[in-house]
Design a protein around this ligand. Structure first.
Ligand code: AMP
Length: 111
């Protein structure tokens, strides 16, 4: 989608700090991290959210979490996986992304 910031990042038109890439997705550092470690898993194809994503693509993205948190060094202590969805869910970028947040003890509830 031409006006989608994550499509522009996937296309290489906007710079990012990439920590993982394969044929279907990228993982990048969040530009405004909520914790010492904060990355976003982003599918290369534009799809709005968890309700619209192809289930195989969703499973592929989830299956890469272990590899990515191992690389980030947060697997042992733990982390949080968040998928904000829609306006009430706090989704500001309408291109599916999975937050991985960690590197400190996280509060709960998140709101
Ligand atoms: P959400 O509120 O769930 O839609 O999350 C969107 C996330 O994208 C926020 O945490 C933003 O900080 C992050 N973000 C927005 N623009 C960029 C960018 N250019 N590079 C990296 N992260 C971004």
């Amino acid at each position: 989608m031409s006006d989608c910031i994550f499509c522009k990042i996937v296309a290489g038109d906007i710079p990012c700090d990439k920590v993982y890439e394969d044929d279907l997705m990228i993982a990048i550092k969040d530009v405004a991290p909520a914790a010492p470690v904060h990355v976003l898993l982003i599918p290369k194809v534009h799809t709005e959210n968890i309700l619209t994503v192809d289930s195989k693509l969703c499973l592929h993205m989830l299956s890469k979490i272990k590899q990515i948190v191992d690389k980030l060094g947060i697997a042992e202590k733990g982390f949080r996986v968040v998928i904000n969805t829609g306006d009430d869910g706090g989704q500001t970028v309408k291109h599916l992304h999975i937050h991985i947040i960690g590197g400190k003890v996280l509060g709960w509830p998140p709101c």
